[in-house]
Design a binder for this molecule. Structure first.
Ligand SMILES: Cc1cc2nc3c(=O)[nH]c(=O)nc-3n(C[C@H](O)[C@H](O)[C@H](O)COP(=O)(O)OP(=O)(O)OC[C@H]3O[C@@H](n4cnc5c(N)ncnc54)[C@H](O)[C@@H]3O)c2cc1C
Length: 304
């Protein structure tokens, strides 16, 4: 089997690979050990080329968007991390807005505003990339990514480009058909509608202020740790708060004193602390409320 160093030599010819790149630099949690090999393709062809080499050499590859919904282990990620953040670009064809996967989703919302297209206001100030938002079917303020998706261009399991056409049956709360891990999202086509710019702008500003008021940007975090579940009768953050768990700490990881479903890195947290804290809250909610929380944050890498 090929070694990571040998693999790095193949990629080094293109000059875009780094050995032992700390993932803490690429996640909103600011935690996570090294990726064996980290590559930063400039375009879809380079991304496909890197993934083809990984497939040929049977080396696992992890696709990194904005790194805003993942918890990477302290020992890092074995194999190759393909960072999609340079695949950026937005264009409009009538009210169809096409955004490349690495484009920050909030920038796509600003582009839509500048063109007077409504439908993406919810995504303004939402951290992460367009690709990550599609993968997660990101949702907030009563709307979700799938509400406006018309198509997704992706690499299929054979690493050939194909177009997925929106089919509502494939989507639900925080679920997308791309979560099977067999596709690489390259571009999202979003069908928007003419809107009234000042009203849109007002709404977008109010979303940003709401996030600021809720402390989203005060500390390194990954947004909500757990999904909400209507059947539980209250948002997950309220349930956790009701058990007096806000402020609970393990090492440098803490349940935010101001929000039960946001866990923060107070500065020197290890990913193991964060995982232990997640498991503690899961246990408490299970034993005291009889409810099984579902994680929204994704644990990535080499965990014991
Ligand atoms: C302060 C804060 C607030 C947040 N608020 C919300 C919120 O209101 N609503 C919400 O839904 N989320 C929220 N989140 C979580 C996060 O912003 C979203 O889930 C976001 O859509 C993740 O995108 P990303 O690019 O960071 O994905 P990443 O975290 O990088 O990746 C998430 C998953 O998507 C996969 N992926 C990423 N890009 C691709 C691609 N191009 N092709 C295939 N797979 C890919 C990754 O492999 C991984 O499995 C918040 C996060 C933070 C830090």
């Amino acid at each position: 089997m090929i070694t990571v160093r040998e693999l790095a030599q193949i990629f080094k010819r293109d000059g875009f690979a780094k050995l032992a790149e700390p993932m803490a630099a690429h996640t909103s949690f600011r935690m996570g050990g090294p990726a064996d090999l980290y590559v930063l393709p400039a375009n879809a062809d380079e991304a496909a080329g890197a993934l083809r080499v990984c497939a040929r050499e049977s080396v696992p590859a992890f696709l990194l968007g904005g790194g805003t919904n993942i918890l990477v282990s302290d020992s890092g990620i074995r194999g190759v991390v393909v960072d999609m953040s340079r695949l950026t670009g937005i264009r409009a064809d009538g009210t169809l807005v096409a955004a490349q996967a690495g484009t920050p989703v909030s920038e796509v919302a600003e582009f839509a505003l500048a063109h007077g297209f409504s439908g993406l206001e919810f995504a303004f100030a939402l951290p992460g990339s367009m690709g990550g938002a599609v993968w997660m079917n990101a949702r907030c303020y009563g709307a979700e990514c799938s509400d406006v998706l018309e198509y997704v261009d992706c690499l299929g399991p054979d690493l050939q480009v194909r177009r997925y056409l929106m089919n509502r049956a494939d989507w639900s709360y925080k679920r997308s058909p791309f979560q099977d891990g067999r596709h690489v999202i390259l571009e999202a086509g979003l069908r928007l509608a003419p809107g009234e710019r000042s009203a849109m702008e007002k709404l977008m500003r109010s979303h940003r202020s709401d996030r600021e008021g809720k402390g989203h940007f005060l500390h390194p975090c990954a947004g909500s740790i757990f999904k909400n579940n209507r059947a539980f009768g209250a948002p997950t953050g309220q349930l956790i708060d009701s058990l007096g768990l806000n402020g609970t700490r393990i090492g440098g990881a803490q349940v935010a004193p101001f929000h039960g479903n946001i866990f923060i890195n107070t500065g020197n947290a290890r990913a193991a602390d964060m995982r232990a804290l997640i498991e503690l809250v899961e246990r408490e909610v299970r034993t005291r409320l009889g409810l099984e929380l579902e994680r929204e944050v994704i644990l990535v890498g080499d965990w014991d």
